[in-house]
Design a protein around this ligand. Sequence first.
Ligand SMILES: NC(=O)c1ccc[n+]([C@@H]2O[C@H](COP(=O)([O-])OP(=O)(O)OC[C@H]3O[C@@H](n4cnc5c(N)ncnc54)[C@H](O)[C@@H]3O)[C@@H](O)[C@H]2O)c1
Length: 386
Amino acid sequence: MSDKIRVGIIGMGNMGKYHADYLLNNKVSRCELTAVCSTSPHKLESYKPLKIFDNGEKLIRSGEVDAVIIATPHYQHKELGIAALENGLHIMVEKPIAAHKADAERLIEAHRKHPSQVFAAMFQLRIEPRYQKIRKLIQDGELGEIVRINWVITDWYRTEAYYQSGGWRATWKGEGGGVLINQCLHNLDTLQWLCGMPSRVRSFCDLGRYHDIEVEDNVTSYLEYPNRATGVFVTSSGEAPGSNRFEIAGTQGKLVLENNKLTFTRNEVDMIEFSKQAKVGFHKPDVWYADIPFQNAVGAHAQLMQNFVNAILDGEPLIAPGADGLQSIELANVLLYSSLMDQSIDLPLDSHAYEQKLQELSASSNYGRKKVVELSNEDFAQSFNR
Ligand SMILES: NC(=O)c1ccc[n+]([C@@H]2O[C@H](COP(=O)([O-])OP(=O)(O)OC[C@H]3O[C@@H](n4cnc5c(N)ncnc54)[C@H](O)[C@@H]3O)[C@@H](O)[C@H]2O)c1
């Protein structure tokens, strides 16, 4: 194999251009951007002399690339991913890896037939030291057994102009959902990466609570885990200023991540043991307080791309394997499904039942009829990092 990977980007909107920018600025070694593709190729003239395509399949078959980044709207991820795998390419798929769980299963199944090709997913929060430190504390047993998880992440604020900026956005047929499948997917991946999957959920989703959209933009969910831990996950794309507070309580102590600060309040004695041994009624275990320092990652997307390239060239283990993308989609889908069905739902989610429900919603979707208004220029990178 050559010592350099030739990469193409399919979908050159906000995210595709962001990937192109750091690749063209040589932020990923042993990787060369050779081709870009958009359904509006006239907007890509400035990328010449790179090869420009108006159709993803053409780029995939061109012989110009060894790997592709798929950064189109969600529904195209599965078909483009499968086409790329069948044409011998490695794939880095933007989140979510597909528009819903059944499509994610189809893409993962296609990869099973091509195991020597690398399939990664763009979950750049996994690069962030704050989440890596939380993960290590949990894995090292510092928290004891997890008993409660609360994540209130209501600072994914988006305006009406944002939702009008793409015909696919916030439609059942074009996007497959709202704040859960789009903005929060990063948090749902992080949640399951740190704490595993719940076994049962009950959720309440408001459709178009804050915006003129058909999908959910306000969510309150209750989660139950196999070990009887409980969780609450609250999100919104309409609340300002909003909050981002992530709290994980274990029998050995409590972690809180808020305002870019991570604190660990550690019980000197496991709380269950203390309760069993104590001869008094009102005391709690003594605690130590620790502020856990961390820096925010610089160029998290580029770092994850570097890992993808290293996986192809050197066999380095992936930080975000594509197949891991299933869990976050399952969470996004099941939280919506519970609300739509007005009942608790056990996991694993029946992906075909959910797909059918989504098809019913898509039948009356506004997709294709929506007026699209281009956003005025602003710093897209501000949208990252929760
Ligand atoms: N990882 C992150 O931080 C992050 C941030 C934003 C968006 N995303 C993801 O990136 C993807 C794209 O989002 P966006 O905000 O850039 O959307 P966007 O609407 O700005 O861009 C989508 C682009 O895809 C092109 N396109 C559509 N269908 C295509 C096809 N079949 N073939 C080729 N090109 C096609 C469109 O012309 C458009 O240029 C989504 O999956 C989104 O969830 C990820």
